[in-house]
Design a protein around this ligand. Structure first.
Ligand code: AMP
Length: 306
């Protein structure tokens, strides 16, 4: 199976209660594609960067089976930039700066080799660009998931609602689900979102885990309790990369398998937060990943005589 992903490849300035990192490599599609590459190959990346992006990061991505043919490099321009500061609870953050730079007039062009991708992850970026990617696919892929964020709800809600009609699954966080629907209850928010287009919905709740909604079913996956969370940036995208990567690897779209995919996504996100940026995501072994998933199994496994 092949996975197509679109999203930002960026520079981030991050401040957490444990430290500060300036101009580190970030972006939704960077996190998604590196994470998914542990499960499936090739990953067909669609994005845009300036000529300021480090070559060694691109080489690393290529070495992970990430196809960079659809990554446009704009000479003399700057990559997308985001700055954020986390609150003491590490579950909430303020965006301090968003500079679209190359993203402002990005027109994605899908290379021929990408057009038969089976799985698609529309990472967080301009809804119009997410739509342009879908429009270039000659046939509907087996499964399309999307992510978005409050920034696009504030600036491009109409376009976002159009993309939502075309996807099978939405992956967003609790705050975003509330903003999208105007409902505080996540159950009510889920009911509304499942009428907007997607059949499946994942609501991420940071250190409080994630909920998967499908028809009238709900599945809960915890987040791994960690002694120290260093930097939550990218955890949501890493979750999405693990979720869709696992689905694409197995090719199984049953609800039972979606549950497993949510656990794999949560396990990958638990690595991401252990170090700044993408540091911890690089060089993981399959043993490490399987052991981490095993800890989730232990965490929720219990016997009940009913
Ligand atoms: P996450 O922590 O999973 O929500 O994702 C953080 C990543 O999203 C950072 O690496 C940023 O570069 C990227 N990001 C921040 N704001 C936006 C935005 N408005 N659109 C797309 N990507 C963004």
């Amino acid at each position: 199976m092949s996975l197509l992903t679109v999203g930002t490849v960026a520079f981030d300035d991050i401040e957490t209660p444990l430290g500060k990192a300036d101009r580190i490599v970030g972006g939704a599609a960077m996190y998604i594609s590196i994470t998914a590459s542990y499960f499936v190959n090739p990953i067909n990346l669609v994005s845009v960067i300036g000529d300021d992006f480090p070559k060694e990061e691109l080489d690393y991505m290529a070495s992970k089976g990430i196809n960079l043919e659809g990554l446009q490099v704009k000479e003399g321009e700057k990559s997308f930039f985001w700055a954020g500061r986390y609150h003491d609870d590490l579950n909430s953050r303020d965006t301090l700066d968003t500079q679209l730079n190359v993203l402002a007039d990005f027109d994605p062009v899908l290379p021929e080799a990408y057009k038969n991708s089976d799985f698609v992850m529309l990472g967080n970026l301009t809804p119009a660009v997410q739509m342009r990617v879908l429009e270039q696919l000659p046939e509907k892929p087996r499964f399309v998931a999307m992510d978005t964020m409050n920034f696009w709800m504030d600036t491009a809600m109409e376009g976002l609602l159009e993309v939502l009609k075309k996807v099978d699954c939405l992956v967003i966080n609790d705050e975003e689900a509330r903003q999208l629907t105007g409902e505080h209850s996540l159950v009510k928010a889920a009911e509304k979102i499942l009428q907007m287009g997607p059949k499946y919905l994942v609501i991420k709740k940071g250190e409080h885990g994630a909920l998967l909604f499908y028809e009238d079913k709900i599945f809960f996956a915890p987040a791994l309790p960690l002694a120290e969370v260093f930097d939550p940036t990218g955890a949501g995208d890493t979750f999405a990369g693990g979720f869709i990567g696992y689905l694409a690897q197995s090719g199984d779209l049953s609800f039972e398998n979606m549950k497993r995919a949510v656990i794999f996504g949560s396990a990958m996100a638990s690595f991401c937060v252990e170090k700044f940026g993408n540091e911890r995501l690089k060089g993981l072994s399959s043993d490490e990943i399987n052991q981490r998933v095993g800890r989730f199994v232990e965490l929720v496994n219990f016997d009940a005589q009913l």
